[in-house]
Design a protein around this ligand. Structure first.
Ligand code: ADE
Length: 270
């Protein structure tokens, strides 16, 4: 989505629909009541429904888990209640993308966030618990399976809230200052440039002079270089990708001389 498309939400535009399927709906309801997502809901830009998977069980004990076939520790989420919950939600929210939260999914990233913010049917986020979920849900009922990082959470709710927050803030009209999206971390393949505010010196640590110079070109150059240096330090994997893209773009003009991005600085490679 272009920034100008994000800037002006049409009046009376439908709100972006999220449904979270979970065994702990109150955890989701409480979290989305705050901050930017809470304001987006109050303003009618977002609609968030937390649905209890247990409401789709069919036995009188409302059983959502069972022992794993083949043995092993822990319990596995049964497929029937989850599949029933997904089916009912697809009927209520046609065209939705159904995403399973799972430590074994593909990595969730900002490019995915942008794509999903543009998805007209919205998102259904499915949260696992216990030792995992019957694999048939990922194979036959979900459209996607994503992980928010290489660690294991005790449930998918926090992961679903991460995805919901990252997508919601890109929905037109949710963030106050849409211009800031273009500058922030991961939008240009780099982390964001460092930000400072008053006071100019804090406990002996000064704000870089150039930021107080009023010279916009110099400020822009400082920010570009600082973002690249910080990316090299904190995320060498991302920096390598940016350098590859730049070299690739320059290669046809002068194939014998590889291009370098910016000035290397002491400590950049640590
Ligand atoms: N459920 C458990 N761990 C998870 C992770 N890292 N990402 C998404 N869902 C999860």
């Amino acid at each position: 989505m272009s920034d100008s498309a994000r800037e002006a939400p049409p009046r009376h535009a439908p709100s972006y629909p999220f449904t979270v399927l979970t065994l702990f709906p109150d955890m989701v309801r409480q979290a989305v009541a705050h901050s930017i997502v809470g304001r987006g809901i109050a303003a009618g830009r977002l609609d968030v429904q937390a649905v209890d998977i247990r409401d789709f069980t069919t036995d009188r004990h409302r059983t959502a888990d069972d022992v794993p076939y083949g043995g092993g520790p822990g319990m596995v989420m049964k497929p029937e209640p989850v599949a029933n919950a997904i089916r009912a939600t697809r009927e209520r929210q046609p065209g939705a993308r159904v995403v399973l939260m799972s430590a074994s999914g593909r990595p969730f990233d900002q490019a995915t966030t942008r794509r999903w913010a543009d998805h007209p049917g919205g998102l259904v986020l499915v949260c696992g618990h216990y030792e995992g979920m019957d694999e048939r849900i990922a194979e036959h009922y979900a459209d996607d399976e994503v992980s928010i990082g290489d660690y294991v959470l005790s449930g998918g709710e926090l992961a679903a809230l991460v995805v919901l927050d990252a997508v919601a803030r890109l929905v037109p009209g949710v963030l106050g200052n849409q211009a800031s999206i273009a500058d922030e971390s991961h939008e240009g393949g780099l982390v964001e440039y460092p930000q400072y505010t008053r006071p100019p010196a804090f406990e002996g640590h000064a704000v870089p002079d150039v930021l107080m110079s009023g010279n916009h070109a110099e400020v822009a150059r400082f920010r570009r270089e600082a973002a690249l240096a910080k990316t090299r330090r904190a995320r060498p994997d991302l920096a390598a990708r940016v350098v590859e893209v730049v070299i690739d773009k320059r290669r046809p003009a002068n194939p014998s001389r590889p291009a370098r991005l910016g000035r290397p600085r002491p400590g950049d490679d640590q």
